[in-house]
Design a binder for this molecule. Structure first.
Ligand code: UDP
Length: 482
């Protein structure tokens, strides 16, 4: 039985997730972790986003909606989140997110909570929390390893432009990187990070065992800031129904998906998905199709539809799929054109590996399911996540992606070729010694992740300690008023 708090002691905590699935999904799962201990959590979000969370409402899980300023930013009604879309749409959603300060401030002034947990992409929450003397916790969705790697880069940004590779400076492991984050990315993230460091602490959606004690100590020593490992938060989802209903509406029925997977042998299917933001150009999709087909392995391949491309004719589709591909692979493969029930798929025993962009949610979902990874980072902190997965923890292999893009859209002509893809898929899906070792380690970390969330596990204990801390802060604050 979990450590349930007595009602009169329970905390009132507001969560403010950023308007992107990779931020919204984990922060709402983290809120569920707090509510599972009897604390009152409220998600503050816009109307359309609240609709995707309605299935979570309970005695301890509330939603407060605020209007999305569609007209002010020039977006059509109903688009309130960053997803696979033109950059101009994403920029407008971002602009709108900055305008949420005013309605949120009004709400907090009238109904102050004991603590605010906000995404680091809302730097204005710092002012707001200070104004009302409310402790603030920050969330950025990265593993601590990658936060530390970025910190090292901010401290040493002047790398020689002609470098072929460089080693991350003042770091617990020797990690060699090929590309650097684009300037506009790291200057922006550095600003956000400065505000994040003013918070009471950082919530990390990971298990301490994956980041490792060396990075937790390195972080605390170099920043004097506290990090709380509470994840993998997706493990708070218990029923199939909960696992399926997250983010967008699925385009395949769960029944169809499970029936198909049930007909496949254990570890025989490669799952391919690049998150909620990335859409490859047709020629890259074509290389993926050729590489995966040549590997001879079964697959589920998620290809999101870009806004404005829904009415693609068959002729246009041919551009990204080799002729006859779907017909030839009818038994072996499934292409999901749109949103897939990822957590459910990853937890099926037929899944043998995950070809991923290393988005941290996808990564923790695979780790929790004990599934090894083929890493293909694209942007943000994903190139650092890749090194944690492959070189530090040994639970995946690299496809060989080299170009650090500045957002979810593909900005380069440098493709990952079909031969590269075929080779890594075979390396991990077949039964060589290397594949066996990686698979065993992935299983072990899966076990550790599941234990971490159980009573007495590392994330469970961290959550207890954080809650105790917040209760102390609230009580001191209360006494301080007299
Ligand atoms: N996701 C999903 N179905 C999809 C695509 C994505 O359920 O078809 C979920 C996935 O499980 C994860 C989130 O969307 O929780 C994506 O977050 P991640 O950090 O992996 O990548 P991002 O979308 O931020 O690039």
């Amino acid at each position: 039985m979990a450590d349930l708090v007595a009602e009169e002691q329970s905390l009132k905590i507001y969560f403010i997730p950023f308007l992107a699935y990779g931020h919204m999904i984990p922060l709402c799962d983290i809120a569920r972790l707090f509510s599972s201990r009897g604390h009152h959590v409220t998600i503050i979000t816009t109307v359309a986003n609240a609709e995707t969370l309605n299935n979570s409402i309970s005695n301890h899980f509330h939603i407060h909606t605020i209007p999305f300023p569609s007209q002010q930013v020039g977006l059509p009604h109903g688009i309130e989140i960053v997803s696979v879309s033109e950059d101009s749409i994403s920029n407008k959603v971002f602009h709108a997110a900055m305008l949420l300060k005013e309605p949120i401030e009004l709400f907090i002034e009238e109904n102050p909570p004991d603590c605010i947990v906000a995404d680091f992409l809302y730097p204005w929450v710092d002012d707001l929390a200070n104004k009302f003397h409310i402790p603030r916790l920050a969330f950025n969705g990265f593993p601590l390893f990658s936060v530390c790697a970025f910190d090292s880069f901010y401290a040493n940004p002047n790398l020689d432009d002609n470098h072929d590779s460089y080693v991350i400076k003042d770091f617990p492991h020797v990690i060699t990187m090929k590309d650097t984050p684009p300037k506009e990315v790291y200057t922006f993230l550095e600003q956000m990070r400065k505000t994040e460091l003013k918070s009471y602490g950082l919530i990390v959606n990971n298990i301490a065992e994956i980041d490792g004690e060396e990075y937790i100590q390195h972080y605390e020593k170099t920043t004097r800031h506290k990090a709380w490992h509470l994840g993998p938060a997706s493990l708070v989802l218990k029923s199939d129904e909960e696992k399926v209903e997250r983010g967008q509406k699925n385009v395949v029925s769960v029944h169809e998906c499970l029936t198909w997977l049930n007909s496949k042998p254990v570890n025989s299917v490669l799952y391919i998905c690049f998150g909620s933001l990335c859409h490859f150009p047709d020629k890259q999709l074509y290389e993926i199709a050729c590489g995966v087909e040549a590997s001879g392995h079964g697959f589920i391949w998620v290809v999101p539809e870009k806004k404005g491309k829904e009415n693609e004719s068959n002729e246009e589709k041919e551009k990204w799929l080799p002729k006859g591909f779907e017909e030839r692979n009818k038994m072996k493969g499934m292409i999901i054109k749109g949103w897939a029930p990822q957590v459910l798929i990853l937890n099926h025993s037929a899944i043998g590996a995950f070809l991923t962009h290393c988005g941290w949610n996808s990564t923790t979902e695979a780790i929790s399911a004990g599934v090894p990874l083929i890493t293909w980072p694209l942007h943000s902190e994903q190139f650092y996540n890749e090194k944690l997965i492959t070189q530090v923890r040994g639970i995946g292999i690299e496809v060989g992606a080299e170009v650090w893009n500045s957002s979810g859209s593909w900005k380069t002509d440098k493709l990952v070729g079909r031969d590269q893809i075929e080779k890594v898929v075979k390396r991990l899906m077949e039964d060589g010694d290397e594949a066996k070792q990686i698979r065993n380690r992935a299983h072990e970390f899966g076990e550790k992740a599941r234990q971490a969330l159980q009573q007495g596990g590392s994330s469970y204990n961290n959550l207890t300690a954080l809650i105790d801390n917040l209760i102390c802060l609230r009580d001191q604050n209360f006494l301080g008023r007299f």
